[in-house]
Design a protein around this ligand. Structure first.
Ligand SMILES: Cc1cc2nc3c(=O)[nH]c(=O)nc-3n(C[C@H](O)[C@H](O)[C@H](O)COP(=O)(O)OP(=O)(O)OC[C@H]3O[C@@H](n4cnc5c(N)ncnc54)[C@H](O)[C@@H]3O)c2cc1C
Length: 548
């Protein structure tokens, strides 16, 4: 057998993986060949990644089901698409791999306007928001797609409110947002709570279930324990359906209007994580509650000829894999050393821990006066994405009080992540850092606080608080991966595209499986925009397909 050099292979892969553009990345899994020209048996050569190798077509179909629109994946995005399409009169089936729908967190949805914001007299600046978004993405997201979010999200939120309010839902908007000039947040976050569905399913999956109920009211069917494995394409390449694995064997769903991929992210696909989002593997924990998010939609799209956006893909990370509270106090590494400017936003903290401290976690150190310190900090920093995630309330005092409550509850119930001591020496022992190093770090920090200038990292002086009065506290801060928000190349109608921007007929991608909306880093200025884009992309595609 001819020896295959790595160069030959890469050339072949570029041709073989039609349409797969993953520029800027290298590194393939290895395999073995038989005889080689130079006589080495089983010389290791690169083989293709799973997304580059289209599997043999599944042929043992147990049954066939016809519909107009097939939505694959029952998270926020899929449910939004199903609801929007069904409401417009289309025949919709949503297949979900798990035995339940998925959602995450408190379900806060970020949008650039709503009647709730109007009532509160809050006007958002789309020009500023778009600029910040694109800048965070290093100019590598597609600006027209971001602009469509700016344009469509207000209408989408008012549509969601029309669905949620009759169910008894109320809406919370944020007050303690960040005013930091660099890490500024807009008051975009809408948190639904209360009502009949909330009582049935709780907060994390509230919005998907509200949308499911709405979709079912218009005749949509939700089918569980049904995992799409392959797309069906006709001789022109048009996607006409999907083959799904069920307990009764393979079921082929034929969709006359279109197939919508809404399969979430790649959090639990080890090969894709290593290749597209390796930084996510450096976190302490993956926080995505859908362990079923194994990049299936990404794979199916690639096998159908779709391209991926360039890597590495952006990651959404919060420093909340251990304790929930960290503030902008002194951070020390597991060795007891300071390593970053702590007065920054959530992703900055995670990256700081992983890259500067080269650790999975660090500790935030503060003293008796921390609640008042937080009150003083909030006007300068603060905000949900500054991690005052538990900072509920309408005033800085409310926010600080709720954070103090988080610490008190942690000290009572979570001794691995919350610590209290009468002296800094004792605190060092409790958190397991080198005492001498830790005490030297605290002393240096206190001297800079006194001096009024952080000459080590130039943290804003507003966040310099002394460590003087007992009791002293530490919380463990762990970097957590919430989602990988990169994926399949799409146009502004979320239709999947080949590497040369040719739309694949019949195939759409929404929510985290879709790419191009983000790049390099996840923008935090529009708080909750991940859910926001699920809502916008789902509604957009649902309505578009229904109208076909
Ligand atoms: C703890 C936490 C808190 C968060 N809080 C917020 C927040 O407040 N605001 C915000 O904007 N974002 C938040 N996020 C991020 C946000 O939740 C996600 O980005 C978003 O929910 C993704 O939605 P999705 O519909 O694209 O995917 P998912 O919600 O992941 O849904 C994908 C669905 O597809 C199914 N599926 C996968 N493969 C198949 C297959 N082959 N066949 C059929 N079904 C399949 C999965 O089982 C899953 O149900 C949070 C994330 C976490 C982890």
């Amino acid at each position: 057998m001819k020896n295959i050099s790595r160069r030959d292979f890469l050339k072949g892969a570029a041709i073989g993986a039609a349409g797969l553009a993953v520029a800027g990345l290298t590194g393939c899994t290895t395999g073995t060949t038989g005889n080689t020209e130079n006589g080495n048996e089983n010389e290791a050569v690169s083989t293709k990644h799973s997304w580059e190798v289209k599997p043999a077509a599944i042929t043992d179909i147990a049954s066939t089901v016809d519909t107009e629109i097939l939505v694959i994946g029952g998270g926020y995005a899929g449910c939004a698409a199903a609801a929007a399409a069904a409401e417009k009169g289309a025949q919709v089936i949503l297949v979900e791999k798990d035995d339940k729908l998925h959602g995450n967190g408190v379900g806060g949805t970020g949008v650039m306007g709503s009647r709730i914001l109007d009532e509160a007299g809050i006007k958002l600046d789309k020009v500023d928001a778009q600029k910040r978004w694109v800048k965070t993405c290093g100019g590598r997201c597609r600006e027209s797609l971001v602009a469509s979010f700016m344009r469509e999200s207000e209408d989408a939120m008012n549509w969601l409110l029309d669905i949620a309010e009759p169910d008894g839902c109320g809406v919370l908007i944020t007050q303690n947002h960040s005013n930091d000039p660099v890490h500024k947040e807009d008051q975009t976050y809408h948190m639904l709570f209360g009502g009949t569905t909330y009582d049935e399913v709780g907060m994390t999956v509230l919005t998907p279930h509200l949308l499911r109920k709405h979709a079912e009211k218009f005749g949509a069917q939700f089918v569980y324990n049904t995992a799409a494995e392959q797309l069906v394409q006709d001789e022109t390449g048009k996607v006409t359906g999907a083959i799904c694995k069920t307990e009764e064997g393979y079921v082929q769903y034929n969709a006359s209007k279109g197939v919508v991929l809404a399969t979430g992210d790649i959090s639990y696909n080890a090969e894709m994580m290593e290749y597209f989002a390796p930084i996510g593997n450096e976190t302490m924990m993956k926080l995505n509650g859908a362990a079923t998010d194994t990049g299936d939609g990404h794979l199916m799209a690639a096998w159908a000829g779709a391209a991926f956006q360039e890597g590495p893909w952006p990651t959404m990370m919060h420093p909340q894999a251990a304790g929930m509270f960290s503030g902008a106090f002194l951070f020390v590494s597991p060795e007891g050393k300071r390593f970053m400017n702590e007065g920054t936003w959530v992703q900055g903290k995670c990256v700081g821990i992983m890259k500067q401290a080269k650790a999975k976690y660090a500790f935030s150190i503060f003293d008796k006066n921390f609640q008042q310190d937080v009150v003083n900090d909030l006007p300068y920093g603060g905000g949900m994405f500054w991690d005052s995630f538990r900072g509920l309330g309408t005033t800085y005092e409310d926010g600080a009080a709720s954070m103090a409550e988080t610490v008190a509850t942690g000290l009572e119930n979570d001794p691995n992540n919350y610590f209290q001591a009468d002296t800094l020496e004792e605190l060092a022992e409790k958190i397991g850092v080198d005492k001498e190093t830790f005490l030297a770090t605290c002393e240096r920090y206190n001297s800079m606080v006194e001096q009024g200038e952080d000459t080590d990292f130039y943290k804003d002086t507003a966040f310099l608080h002394p460590l003087k009065e007992a009791p002293f506290y530490a919380t463990r801060i762990g970097a957590g991966l919430l989602a990988v928000v990169g994926g399949v190349h799409v146009n502004d109608d979320y239709q999947c595209l080949t590497a040369d921007d040719q739309p694949i007929e019949g195939l759409y991608a929404i929510g985290n499986v879709s790419g191009d909306m983000y790049a390099y880093d996840y923008p935090i200025n529009v708080m909750g925009n991940s859910h926001g884009r699920c809502l916008v992309s789902g509604k957009h595609v649902g309505e578009l397909l229904a109208a076909l």
